[in-house]
Design a protein around this ligand. Structure first.
Ligand code: C2E
Ligand code: CA
Ligand code: CA
Length: 287
């Protein structure tokens, strides 16, 4: 319990404490068993909540979307961040259940918020590789589309390059279904993995989320600008919108706007927010 508590504290202090956190995780391997063991209860007790990080349109400055980021409101550990439990859930296969849970949560919020959301607003939901390949996830979307297409059309599903490579056949099929249902797809963390440009025309994608590692250090005179320019222009030619993530400074914001990124996300704009704070942020911004 002490080690768990320290780990939670480390997470609270932020990512700079990562080494400390990893050392603890190593020392506390048994905690993996705990995540797996606590998970089913947590699902039943609705211990997973969403934080909502605004996405802005660079041209207008308007909030035109948000990304749902999962947090575990653990009865003993307090608020736990995804880096702590997602790797374990991926290993155990339970991540598929979490993906479905978060999808349901996102749809329920879209219904709840329908009165005050801007017209073009989209809610981005992260889905794991196995979650996206699963039949249950796609079937649920198809069912919900039947019930209310205006709600499901507000979704944007965030997948990773890994999802495109593993399970290629299922992924191609599922991407086609999403297209039919008018549900957007974003390729997350672009630039960290294989970054294969061939994915961009091989699969039908609506958004390319350029990883924070490209945004970091953009203020310095660096060749990152050259790469970013190339990626943004290539995406434009393919009619794929680009989103820059992890924007932390006004300088980075300005530079990305100049480069011509379509959407921006990061602490400089807003941190992932509690539902009530997110609503306040959005309504204040659109005054
Ligand atoms: P991600 O999808 O790349 O999400 C962005 C992460 O960067 C989030 O961390 C967010 O809080 C953080 N972030 C946003 N802006 C900034 C910034 O300006 N600076 C810095 N340093 N960080 C920023 P978080 O919430 O801890 O999530 C970590 C990862 O966990 C996510 O990375 C995603 O891969 C995964 N994840 C989160 N929620 C879900 C979910 O509901 N389902 C699944 N399958 N995975 C999720
Ligand atoms: Ca994401
Ligand atoms: Ca990302």
């Amino acid at each position: 319990i002490d080690a768990d508590h320290a780990m939670y504290q480390a997470k609270l202090m932020g990512r700079n404490q990562y080494v400390f956190f990893e050392a603890l995780a190593e020392q506390n391997k048994t905690s993996n068993v705990k995540v797996e063991y606590d998970f089913d209860n947590a699902v039943n007790n609705l211990e997973f909540i969403g934080n909502y990080q605004p996405l802005i349109d660079f041209r207008s400055g308007d909030v035109i979307g948000a990304e749902v980021l999962v947090r575990w409101q653990h009865p003993k550990l307090g608020l736990v961040f995804p880096d702590f439990f997602i790797p374990t859930l991926e290993k155990s296969g339970q991540i598929v259940q979490l993906d479905l849970y978060m999808l349901k949560l996102a749809l329920s919020k879209l219904k709840l918020w329908a009165d005050w959301l801007p017209e073009k607003f989209k809610l981005n939901v992260n889905v794991s590789t196995s979650g996206f390949a699963s039949e249950d996830f796609i079937r649920y979307l198809q069912e919900q589309h039947q019930k209310s297409a205006v709600i499901t059309e507000r979704l944007c599903i965030e997948i990773t390059e890994e999802s495109l490579i593993l399970n290629v056949d299922a992924v191609k099929k599922h991407l086609d279904i999403l297209k039919e249902l008018n549900i957007s797809v974003a390729l997350d963390d672009f630039g960290t993995g294989y970054s294969s440009l061939s994915y961009l025309h091989q699969f039908s994608l609506d958004y390319l989320k350029i990883d924070k590692s490209f945004v970091d250090g953009l203020n310095a005179i660096s060749n990152k600008v050259v790469i970013l320019n190339a990626v943004v222009n290539l995406a434009k030619a393919l009619k794929i919108k680009t989103t820059a993530e992890g924007i932390e400074t006004a300088e980075q914001y300005q530079k990305l706007k100049e480069i011509g990124c379509d959407l921006g996300q990061g602490y400089h704009i807003a941190k992932p927010l509690l539902e009530a704070d997110f609503k306040r942020f959005l309504l204040n911004r659109s005054l």
